[in-house]
Design a protein around this ligand. Structure first.
Ligand code: KG4
Ligand code: ZN
Length: 336
């Protein structure tokens, strides 16, 4: 079969990214321009500021990705982009760029779901094996997604309130740590000891998640300790939060493995970079026969465009193209 080379664009939150990807698993270039330093000042992503920086950076990022790949536009078979979910202004910049390039060079356009990108980031490690179970854990999502085959997504459980990455970021803020909180809490938790006790979140449906109560429990615990005249040991609080939050992820993943016997577990999204989660997942699959875990390398856990190129390849094979009148979909559903 002829090689398929895609240009992929991602701009759903605070990373402006473009990649050139061959056959869904060979990265010819992968350029990510992050805005983290700007948003750090505000303790989180400011949507208006994010959209403006995307506008300033998008052309540069696209040109750099093309140049680094050594390809010309003649060699590009289609242009893929993240259509949603995400921040509407941020998404709009990437979608407009993709549409403009597709129109100018007469290329097919492939609109994609951001989480499908995160899941397919794993194909840079090894091909997906079905049935697969994806644990999608990012700043905006916490989802258990069952896949019978390529591009078949069944959501078995999702968060009823905050996403896990959001909980990491909020807890970090409460503890006076900087944004994004996930990597810092991860690091400090390693130096922490079992000391504080936090309640394990409960949900109505057994495979759903809930993290806002856990964040409140951290706040209440801090209050109690302060009232008692005790200093907060930040490392121990990070440890308590992380162990409790990750326990619900691991327990529910285990439940699905026992019920549905997937051949492969894939971690996806920014929180997949968490060192403790990676250890716990590996331990979990080591205990159960017939299932393996794919842990994406750290560079492809957080937002990038190569993952959109990997997912775009599957959409290309299925002729799932979009038209030039499509727009950003900030609440795009996984299963539509
Ligand atoms: O996937 P992502 O880059 O953006 C979204 O699609 O949301 O994920 C960003 C999230 C942030 O909440 C960040 O704190 C979290 O991923 N994160 C981590 C770690 N690295 C990033 N959370 C826990 N541990 C980490 N090592
Ligand atoms: Zn993401």
């Amino acid at each position: 079969m002829k090689d398929v080379i895609l240009m992929a664009i991602e701009s759903s939150c605070d990373e402006t990214a473009c990649a050139i990807v061959k056959n869904g698993n060979e990265i010819l270039s992968n350029v990510v321009s992050t805005q983290i330093e700007v948003h750090k000042k505000y303790g989180g992503v400011v949507p208006e500021v994010a959209s403006r920086i995307h506008v300033e950076n998008i052309s540069m990022v696209v040109c750099e990705a093309l140049e680094k790949s050594g390809c010309t536009m003649d060699q590009i078979d289609a242009v893929a982009c993240t259509q949603g979910p995400g921040l509407v202004g941020s998404l709009h910049v990437g979608v407009q760029a993709a549409k403009t390039i597709a129109w100018m060079y007469d290329k097919p356009l492939i609109p994609l779901h951001h989480l499908i990108g995160h899941i397919y980031a794993n194909s840079f490690v090894e091909p997906l094996k079905f049935p697969a179970l994806a644990l999608v854990v990012s700043g905006g999502h916490t989802e258990l997604v069952y896949m019978k085959e390529h591009f078949s997504f069944e959501i078995l459980g999702s968060t009823q309130d905050d996403a896990i990455g959001e909980a990491y970021d909020k807890v970090a803020r409460v503890l006076g740590l900087s944004y994004p909180g996930g990597p810092i809490v991860d690091k400090l938790a390693k130096q922490g000891k079992p000391h504080y006790k936090l309640p394990v979140p409960k949900t109505e449906k057994p495979l759903d998640f809930s993290f806002s109560g856990l964040k409140s429990a951290v706040l209440q615990c801090i209050e109690r300790e302060r009232k008692a005249g005790n200093e907060i040991i930040v490392e121990d609080m990070c440890y308590a939060f992380q162990e409790t939050a990750l326990k619900t992820l691991v327990d529910k993943t285990k439940k699905v493995i026992e019920e549905k016997h997937p051949a492969q577990i894939v971690l996806a999204g920014g929180v997949a970079a968490n060192s403790r989660l990676r250890v716990l997942m590996q331990q979990l699959v080591d205990e159960i026969e017939g299932v393996e875990a794919v842990l994406p390398p750290l560079w492809c856990c957080t937002d990038n465009a190569a993952m959109i190129g990997a997912a775009g390849y599957q959409a290309y094979l299925r002729n799932e193209f979009g038209t030039l009148d499509l727009g950003a979909q900030p609440s795009k559903e996984l299963c539509d």
